[in-house]
Design a protein around this ligand. Sequence first.
Ligand SMILES: Cc1cc2ncn([C@H]3O[C@H](COP(=O)(O)O)[C@@H](O)[C@H]3O)c2cc1C
Ligand SMILES: O=C(O)c1cccnc1
Length: 340
Amino acid sequence: MKTEFKTKIQSIIDNKTKPLGSLGVLETIALQLAVIQNTDKPKVDAPFHTVFAGDHGICSQNVNAFPQEVSAQMVGNFLNQGAAINAFCDVQLIAMQVVNMGVKHFDENITHKMLINKPIAKGTEDFSQTQAMTEEQCKKALNIGHKLISLQIKEGANLISLGEMGIGNTTTAAALMAKITDLDVEQCTGMGTGSDAQGIKRKNEVIKQALVLHAEAKTGIEILQCLGGFEIAGMVGAILCCYENNTPVMIDGFIASAAALVAMQMQPESKQNMIFAHCSNENGHKKMLDFMQVTPLLDLGLRLGEGTGAVLAIPIVQSAASFLNNMASFDDAQVSNKDA
Ligand SMILES: Cc1cc2ncn([C@H]3O[C@H](COP(=O)(O)O)[C@@H](O)[C@H]3O)c2cc1C
Ligand SMILES: O=C(O)c1cccnc1
C-alpha cells in the first residue's frame, strides 16, 4: 500500500515540468512529506518552533565552558527576543515557545506569553555519579514534550521545529551518542561552547565513567533516564508525538539529533517523520548522522543549537511542498517531455 502510494507520488514528481530528478534533495523531501501526511498535497505552511530548556547535573564535573547561570539568562533572552533563534524566527514570522523543563537558576515566578513553565526539578543529577533522572521524572519529561506538541498540532501547526537550551548538554548528548552508537567516546565529544583540550579530556573521562556506571541501561528509555536531560527528553516526546500525528519534524544540530537518536531507539519508525536540518560543526554530529543513515539539508558551520539550523531549513521544506503542490505537469503545461 505504502509502496503503491510512494510510486504514485514519485510519478507526480517525475511528471512536473523539469528534467527528471533535477530538483535533487527537494524531490526526496516532497516525497517524504507526502508519505508522512498521506496526501499528494502536503501542507507545511504553519511551522511552529519550540525551545526546550533544562539544566544538567554533569556541570558539577566542569564540562562546561560557560557558567550554568547562562541557561536561565538565555531563557530570559529568548523571551526578550534577543537570541539568534528569535532573529531567525522573525525573518519568517515563525511562532515560537520556550519550555522551562527544569532550568536551575530560572525564576519560576516569571510569566510570559512565550513561556511554558513545567520544571521537573532544578536540573538533572550528575550522570557520572548516579542516574540523571528518576524513571518518573523521565516519563514526566517525555509526556510534557508530547502534550505540548500535540496541542500545537491540534491548533494547526503542520511542521514542528525543535531546539534546546541547556549549559552542559553537549556532554549529555555525547554520552547518549556513545552509549547508543558504541563509538569511541572521543568520536562523540567536541568543543561545545568553547571547551579547550583539557575540557574535552574531562568530558571524555566523565562519559567513560558514566558508561561503566550505566552499563545495565539497555532500552531507549533506560538510556535516556540514566544519561539524558530534561530538555532532551522533552524533544524525544515531541518527536514521538509528531510520528503519532503524521507531522514532519525539523531536527536541529548535535543535541536535537541525540534526541532523535533516542526516539529512534524507542520507535524506529519515527525516523520517517524526521527532517535533518543541518550538519553542526560540533565534532560527533556528522558521525551521529551517519550512524542514523540520514542526510542533513544544510552545512553552514553552525554550532549553536536553540533550533537555529532547524528554522533556517524550513523554507527549503516549504519549497519542496510548494513544487509538489503548484508546479504544472508536462501535460498540464503542454510542454514536450524528453521522449515525446
Ligand atoms: C550564550 C549562549 C547561547 C547559547 N545558545 C545555545 N547554546 C548551546 O550551548 C549549550 C551547550 O554547550 P556546552 O555543553 O558547551 O555548555 C547549550 O545550551 C546549547 O543550546 C548556547 C550557549 C551559550 C553560552
Ligand atoms: O549542534 C548543536 O546543537 C550545538 C553545538 C554546540 C553547542 N550547542 C549546540
